[in-house]
Design a protein around this ligand. Structure first.
Ligand code: ZN
Length: 179
């Protein structure tokens, strides 16, 4: 009879990670609060799932909405960060240098560009041209084609993260969850 919350959740999930559905060993298993305790989530089985530690730490204090976005961005073939790193062969250090062999998915590029803009704080590019150049050089440094820049900018605008008026650019980026 399972006793700890983690054991209960694992049992209910057939021993698999809730998100990537891989067999979850004890060493990798962790309890993820879907609505974080710091956001008022409850510490009970209704709000908890067992999942890979790597994903749990990526989720951190994100809102449920941001977590859903990460899951949905994988377009159905969800992999927790640890298994995603393992399948991309040799390098285990994430994003330290561009990996030319395995090209990133579009969603990953979009996430990287978004994160890059968020990092810039008040030093974000102020015109469309500068923003495009920023995205292009970011793509180049990642070993990705520059031609992605236009598509990514279009997507940033479509999601209302970036507003364009004439040549001027305004930003309304999602909160990174840092409080
Ligand atoms: Zn997993």
């Amino acid at each position: 009879m399972p006793t700890t919350p983690l054991q209960r959740l694992l049992f209910a999930q057939g021993g698999d990670c809730f998100f990537c559905r891989k067999k979850l060993g004890k060493a990798e298993a962790s309890v993820e609060h879907l609505v974080a305790l710091t956001h008022g989530g409850r510490d009970n089985d209704e709000n908890c799932v067992a999942c890979c530690k790597s994903l749990n730490s990526l989720f951190g204090r994100m809102s449920l909405k941001e977590k859903l976005q990460i899951v949905l961005n994988q377009r159905g073939n969800f992999m927790c960060p640890a298994s995603a790193a393992a399948t991309s062969a040799s390098s285990t250090a994430p994003s330290s240098k561009p990996c030319a062999k395995k090209s990133r998915t579009h969603a990953e590029r979009f996430g990287l560009v978004l994160a890059d803009l968020q990092k810039r704080g008040n030093a974000k590019p102020g015109t469309v041209e500068k923003l495009l150049n920023t995205i292009k050089s970011h793509m180049t440094s990642l070993g990705e084609p520059e031609s992605e820049a236009d598509t990514l900018l279009g997507e940033l605008r479509a999601q209302n993260f970036v507003g364009v008026e004439g040549e001027k650019v305004s930003y309304s980026l999602p909160d990174r969850g840092a409080t």
